[in-house]
Design a protein around this ligand. Structure first.
Ligand code: PLP
Length: 240
């Protein structure tokens, strides 16, 4: 069983690696400008262990209930855990124990909670501001994220918060609104937001964009991190 699964994951990783390398070459970018994060949500800790053996160093989860026990089982592995889901403040204490990076920071209350729990856990948490490109001013996106015009205020809050480090921006290509079906345009808009952010916060240079279906568009637009689930682990048994 394990050998079959290992071979499967190894093949899938090789295919994703080929896609990333080809996209970097097509964009005139060096391969090492792009980091692969494997999204392991809904898959067991045994898969995370195999991925680590196959050289994966970054994994992502979107639900604390699933992620916390998995991260505990895999605590001996050299992995950075990224939290990429909508995050309720009552889950922040748990997330702050295992996550190295929270990619879904989208409101001031969450910044306050993350800071408090990072300090309590005596850890530094990297933060990405999740931008909802289809959200209007003052609103959240359907799948989380802040409207683009709230990015500067959130950035100031994170940069000034104890225990937090402002690392950049993240988005999920919108399913509705003006960017629906226009992934490249969406990722190019995220790059503009990143450029604006770096004018005041030069170290916040991470741009997390692109999933199994659209990682090429993300790399072409300038993403530094792609988040790939299905193409590595297989089609998820349920939505997540
Ligand atoms: C599930 C998920 C991914 C990965 O999606 P795939 O299509 O399976 O590659 C990436 N980012 C976020 C925020 C996710 O929730």
């Amino acid at each position: 069983m394990t050998d079959v699964r290992r071979a499967q994951l190894s093949d899938n990783l090789a295919r994703v690696e080929d896609r990333i390398a080809a996209a970097c070459a097509a964009a005139g970018r060096a391969r090492d400008e792009v980091t692969l994060i494997v999204v392991t949500k809904t898959y067991p800790a045994s898969d995370v262990r195999l991925l680590a053996e196959l050289g994966v160093r970054h994994v992502a989860e979107n639900r604390d209930q699933d992620a916390a026990p998995k991260a505990a089982e895999c605590a001996d592995l050299p992995l950075t855990w990224h939290f990429v889901g909508q995050l309720q403040t009552n889950k922040v204490r748990s997330v702050a124990r295992y996550a190295g990076m929270v990619q879904s920071v989208d409101r001031l209350r969450l910044v306050t909670a993350l800071s408090k729990e990072a300090v309590r856990a005596e850890r530094e948490l990297g933060c990405l501001i999740q931008v909802a490109l289809d959200a209007e001013s003052g609103r959240q996106g359907d799948r989380g994220g802040t409207a683009p015009d709230a990015v500067p205020a959130l950035a100031e809050a994170i940069a000034g918060a104890q225990g937090l480090r402002l690392d950049g921006v993240m988005t999920v290509a919108p399913l509705s609104g003006p960017y629906a079906g226009r992934q490249l345009a969406a990722f190019e808009r995220l790059m503009e937001i990143s450029t604006d952010l770096r004018a005041t916060h030069p170290a916040a240079n991470m741009v997390s964009a692109g999933m199994s279906a659209d990682l090429e568009d993300a790399i072409r637009a300038g993403a530094t991190h792609v988040r790939v689930g299905t193409a590595v682990l297989g089609v998820r048994p349920r939505l997540g």
